[in-house]
Design a protein around this ligand. Sequence first.
Ligand code: UDP
Length: 231
Amino acid sequence: MVKYKRILVKFSGQAFGQKGGAIDRSGVGQIVLELKKLRQAGVKVAVVCGGGNVSRWKDANAGDRVAVDYKGMNGTLKNVDALSAEAKRAGVPAVVYTSFSVNSKYPHYVYARAKKDYESGKIVIFAGGTGYPFFTTDTAAVSKALEMGAQIFIKSTKVNGLYTADPIKNPKAKFLKKISYQKIISEQLKVIDSVAVALAWENKLPIRIIKWQQGSVVKAVKGAQLGSLIN
Ligand code: UDP
């Protein structure tokens, strides 16, 4: 039995490869396997891919923010290409919609079409983040979760959840199993974008932050208290 029948899951860029490196095919295969298991469990699944393995404003020391952001958004397409190709190879039905036009490669997002695909049980992959600089794929994930009518946004990433401070820099940092939207914003916790948190708060969409490893998304969907819950 699953707790959540409708989800949006985001995989951070690191799930697709090392920063500046090539796409890791076996890593992408792991994601596809997880998506396959979710479908088999009868879960409706939308996916947002991060782009931090290609470019991320947070890591850029200087330069043109808008240019870095566009590079990051294009980076999500690189990950989406790999994910959709691997899903096809594995026989997992998946469709891609992009937030900005990429000629005839993928359709530009159309709410009614994407929603129909989501309801039909196809994996609906959203590429390109929000399509706007100064945002992140976390915000794209919350907005698409709301449009699809997902019950939860699962942010599957490299850290195992939220801490009161960076645990690498501060040994006194405490792990937070549960935290309010308000607290994340007022304490400026960095693991998730505060714009995304504000949008989720306004619409009462719970967010669970978990460490990506094979099986972790399935466990979270079944109701396991993995990582940190924001609600
Ligand atoms: N980005 C953007 N607008 C968006 C989504 C992403 O400008 O709507 C850019 C931004 O520079 C961001 C980068 O793309 O830092 C990579 O996205 P994100 O940090 O969300 O990916 P992740 O770190 O989760 O892999």
